[in-house]
Design a protein around this ligand. Structure first.
Ligand code: ATP
Length: 429
């Protein structure tokens, strides 16, 4: 894990948040390559779930929601963790992590009684800080989609089964954040709420468990590092009938990337009860109204980015050197091509290399770099996961050809400059 964290900082994937002030603990800023990777991941998710299907509608709903939403969802009453503090070293623990221990696992000091702690961030809407203006930062994006169920029915007129998809920030005042970006208080989720006829819920739940598992593999995640873990009945959230986690084999152990849950009709019924709106679906064939069940695949963007970074990290022996290479799948790789001049002191070569980079930038994320010797430039791009490195040399000025080196095989092709775009397109599709 340390190697991945250090590469993330060194190469500009992820930095400590508020770094110049000594950092705000457990906050992270995505740098130039991190934001590209994150956007590529979100785009891949959106493409496969919204653009390539006819039954899922995208949304982007507000983070701040009516306080009744969180009463209806059960978050005001149930979104608690039990915490215990060490009276000596003051360290805070989640009661479930203590597994019944009476003394501090760090220093052996006495622990306080476990106390309930609501994980929702509170704030006030407007200038007056009183109970009437109390609102929360959303702890999940899901509720934004449930409260728009009727809007989607009225504007898109879908038939069951259909879904709503959303990617956005969520906030939880976690007691024990940590493991780099794995558990933070501000994070991004990618969630689908898929509305189904209750009679079909079990079958469609199984479908989503498999579909979401395959999505990670399709983006190049190693099969040995991914597993499904169905929840015991005792683990299920108060609203859920079934849940299966997709777990990734992180360096700190198998941990949840995404959960697929059968949320039953709990949320729609609750919102109907508290809003007074009829949130049932009318089935035109059966001529009846009922509350659909909801199957929810709910994944974390930051956790997936971390899993893909960990999965892609490779060290290879090349002669007597160690080559560090991020073998990110072509869809996820933040940079598709890098262009270098072989000789930095030859203006015609530099000019041609810059022109090639500029032309490619219109079609692919491309960088130009002339800040080191060629070996160093290759190593730098390998660590970012750049798919192709293009070198312009003296010969290029005469034959209008360049050398293209493949990240994974390190094999080199000599390609005509006017064929580069097609060459890269072929590699990327
Ligand atoms: P955990 O058990 O790890 O706290 P959870 O089961 O409470 O997670 P869900 O409520 O199912 O998580 O949220 C769906 C997804 O959102 C998770 O699978 C995870 O990828 C992401 N997620 C949840 N909490 C966090 C967090 N604190 N930091 C980063 N990602 C998170």
């Amino acid at each position: 894990m340390d190697k991945v964290v250090s590469l993330c900082k060194r190469r500009g994937f992820i930095f400590q948040g508020s770094d110049i002030y000594g950092g705000l603990s457990n906050t992270w800023d995505y740098g130039p390559f991190g934001v590209e990777l994150k956007n590529n991941l979100k785009r891949a998710w959106w493409k496969s779930l919204v653009y390539e299907r006819n039954d899922i509608f995208g949304m982007d709903t507000a983070i701040l929601m009516h306080p009744k939403v969180w009463e209806a969802s059960g978050h005001v009453d149930n979104f608690f963790d039990l915490k215990s503090d060490c009276k000596s070293c003051k360290k805070r623990f989640k009661a479930e992590d203590l597994k019944g221990k009476k003394f501090c696992p760090e220093c052996g000091g006495e622990l306080t009684e476990a106390r309930a702690f609501n994980l929702m961030f509170k704030t006030y809407q407007g200038p007056i800080e009183d109970a009437a203006n109390l609102i929360y930062l959303r702890p999940e994006t899901a509720q934004g989609m449930f409260v728009n169920f009727l809007n989607i029915l009225d504007t898109k007129h879908p038939k069951l089964p259909f879904g709503i998809a959303q990617i956005g920030k969520s906030f939880r005042n976690e007691i024990t954040p940590g493991n780099f970006t794995f558990r933070t208080r501000e994070f991004e989720q990618m969630e689908i709420e898929y509305f189904v006829n209750p009679a079909e819920a079990d079958k469609i739940y199984e479908y989503w468990v498999d579909a979401r598992f395959d999505w990670y593999l399709g983006l190049g995640m190693k099969a040995d590092n991914l597993r499904k873990r169905p929840h015991d009945k005792t683990e299920l959230a108060h609203y859920a009938k079934a849940c299966t986690d997709m777990e990734y084999n992180f360096p700190f152990g198998w941990s949840e990337l995404e959960g697929v849950a059968n949320r039953t009709n709990f949320d729609l019924k609750q919102h109907a009860a508290l809003s007074g709106k009829d949130m049932r679906y009318f089935d035109e064939v059966a001529k009846e109204r009922f509350y659909p069940y909801i199957i929810e695949p709910s994944g974390g963007v930051d956790r997936s980015v971390l899993a893909f970074l960990t999965d892609a990290y490779n060290e290879e022996k090349v002669k007597d050197e160690t080559r560090v290479v991020m073998k990110l799948n072509k869809e996820l790789a933040p940079v598709k091509a890098a262009v270098f001049p072989l000789l930095r002191n030859r203006p015609e070569i530099v000019e041609l290399a810059k022109k090639i980079a500029q032309d490619l930038k219109k079609s692919f994320v491309t960088v130009y770099d002339d800040t080191g010797a060629i070996g160093k430039l290759y190593r730098r791009q390998d660590e970012v996961g750049t798919l192709c490195c293009i070198t312009v040399d003296v010969q290029s000025l005469e034959d209008q050809q360049v050398t293209v080196r493949d990240r994974d095989t390190m094999l080199q092709d000599r390609i005509n400059i006017d064929q580069l775009k097609q060459y890269l397109e072929k590699k990327l599709t």
